[in-house]
Write a protein that binds this ligand. Sequence first.
Ligand code: AMP
Length: 281
Amino acid sequence: MLIYKKVSDISPYLASCREKGQSIGFVPTMGALHAGHISLISRSKEVNDLTVCSIFVNPTQFNNREDFEKYPKTIGSDIDQLEKSGCDIVFLPSENEIYPADMGINHYDLGYLETVLEGKYRPGHFQGVCQVVDRLLDIVNPDNLYLGRKDYQQCMVIKKLVEIAGFGTHIEICDTIREKDGLAMSSRNARLNPEERIQALAIFRTLTRLRQGLHPGNLASLLADAVKELESQGFRVDYVALADARNLEILDHWDGQTPVVALVAAFIGAVRLIDNDSIFP
Ligand code: AMP
């Protein structure tokens, strides 16, 4: 497995691979890798000649200083897992490599997507996501990009970025990998203490109840019960929402036909967790 730290080394290397006709799959991450990340690497390996994984904790997508500072860092274990997974190339850039002083800051017109759910509760977050993904796609220039459905809205944002910026990259969205008890794997789970880890299960329970309780008509009481369930487990809820799975338009009322995704964001202690489930069809 090759490890690169400099844009001036990885970019020409990947360009030479491309010239030889090798296809490139790319998995961008912020490290503290778990089986969810590795599932993306495995999928990339099935389809591409070369798989590149980047690890970069992107400061511009954190709207909360403490969240950035406490973001778990496990680089030794990350490299071990990537080696075992058969990943071909790891890119570990410094902040200067991603954001050199002479590079301007782009603004991306994400429209409605930036005004709801994560966009609303984490102002500026998706601009940061677009800045880093734009830069990484420029550096790696992959044929295929692998993203986790766990970050449902982020997948939609990155699809829009690829469209706006005119990258030729194909995007594949991969299923959320969960712990045996249903908790979605997340690097932030490492910050939960044993009691919080048990309380965190309420998120998956809530998504299950939303799936079971979904019915045509007004959704207010179903949603209010879901918030109550989370609060009773000690969560501070940012949102519990049912939305049109195609465009994230928020549903107060369901017609029995529209595809529905349930989305949750809530704090347990200082740790903010998100999860979602496509509950209809
Ligand atoms: P992160 O390191 O959290 O920025 O995530 C890097 C990539 O891994 C993103 O595309 C995430 O959506 C994806 N990912 C994170 N957690 C999971 C999971 N539990 N299952 C599948 N993909 C995931």
